[in-house]
Ligand binder design. Structure first.
Ligand code: ZN
Length: 158
């Protein structure tokens, strides 16, 4: 299935209230509204109920990880960088639960095993991105051994 060359892993946030529960079908609906669309061919192979979602992984407030597009499917999450990247989205805006942080670390490490040459960046680290997504400094998180700074930890989910 790993037919695509992946050189980047792009971390996003959903820009939803910190700690509020949302699932992959909410994001799919929002991405439908933004005009995203998955191809019928990929939908037949993977997550057929998801019509639009642009991300590959979605990390819920309880730490569960949902899949969106398949790894071999080009995402819709980082303009100009989709063809060679994966998109990972944390539910929330700029504070995430410990469970989410643990899952993000494990998810990124698993992707690095498949794509050792991939660079890990935050959405806002890409050129011409004028938003705060993913709400934290990915470079600092990497330098801190993929551990969050205390101010970025949400104590309890809403
Ligand atoms: Zn983003």
């Amino acid at each position: 299935m790993n037919t695509r060359k992946i050189t980047g892993i792009v971390i996003h946030c959903a820009a939803t209230p910190n700690g509020r529960w949302h699932d992959v079908f909410d994001i799919d609906k929002w991405h439908q509204e933004r005009g995203f669309k998955r191809s019928d061919e990929f939908r037949r192979q993977f997550n057929p109920r998801l019509l639009a979602i642009g991300y590959h992984f979605i990390i819920y407030t309880n730490g569960a990880v949902a899949t969106g597009r398949s790894l071999s499917e080009i995402g819709a999450h980082a303009q100009g960088f989709n063809s060679r990247s994966l998109g990972v989205c944390l539910i929330g805006t700029d504070k995430f639960t410990i469970e989410q942080w643990d899952s993000l670390r494990d998810n990124v490490r698993a992707s690095l095993k498949l794509y050792p040459e991939a660079r890990i960046v935050g959405h806002r680290d890409l050129p011409n991105v004028h938003k705060e997504c993913p709400g934290f400094d990915v470079k600092d998180w990497l330098e801190n051994d993929m551990r969050p700074r205390p101010g970025r930890i949400l104590e309890q989910a809403a």
